[in-house]
Design a protein. Structure first.
Length: 210
């Protein structure tokens, strides 16, 4: 089945294959770096105004194969693929619908981020130069059932606060103009959370000067 094409640009087969490879690589990196476990998390890339390439539901991301990826339309209907789309797809679709600059989304369950949200500690990007530059403000979204429209709505309420949101008792979601940028934000988020936790364990952390 032919993919729907953007009105202004056509996505050739070679480019689609490259994006598939990138998604698999990012998922395996998320797993190897401990940002997800097993079937946790999901990754998507906007192919055009009408098509999104996404990880499927219930597939171990550390062993993900390109053939398992699915293509859905902007309403979440399956266009191409054998697997069932991710249950978190409504969140991805909502973000793409709100932010036209978002080309890719990464959702993971980073342990240090989760540990902070479970204990009431706030992420402190102002402690680290790179975090202050790249993360900026990171909103914490109150808990809503994963995959629900309520969660998507809660994230959208805080979407304009930054490119990364922490979902209490759940994980985090990042978006970017490319999959690489969205992945780098997730890495930076978790690295900053680890520094925040360790610094507060050791004493009273000093913020960066203005």
């Amino acid at each position: 089945m032919r993919l729907p094409q953007n009105r202004s640009t056509e996505l050739d087969r070679g480019r689609l294959q490259e994006i598939r490879s990138q998604i698999v690589q990012v998922c395996r990196s998320l797993y190897s770096k401990g940002l997800i476990a097993g079937t946790d998390g999901n990754v998507s890339v906007r192919l055009s105004d009408e098509a999104i390439l996404s990880t499927p539901s219930g597939v171990h991301k550390g062993f993900l194969e390109e053939e398992a990826l699915v293509v859905v339309d902007r309403n979440g209907e399956l266009i191409k693929g054998r697997e069932r789309p991710s249950s978190e797809l409504p969140l991805h679709l909502a973000i793409y619908g709100r932010d036209p600059d978002a080309r890719a989304i990464v959702h993971a369950h980073p342990p240090w981020i989760l540990a902070l949200s479970l204990t009431g500690y706030k992420l402190q990007p102002h402690l680290v130069t790179e975090a202050r530059m790249f993360l900026g403000r990171v909103a914490v979204v109150p808990f809503e059932k994963p995959g629900s429209s309520a969660l998507a709505a809660a994230v959208l309420e805080r979407l304009d606060q930054g490119l990364a949101q922490v979902m209490a008792h759940h994980g985090a979601v990042t978006r970017g103009s490319s999959l690489q940028k969205a992945f780098e934000l997730m890495e930076c988020l978790e690295h900053t959370a680890r520094i925040t936790a360790l610094a507060n364990l050791l004493g009273r952390p000093e913020p960066l000067p203005d």
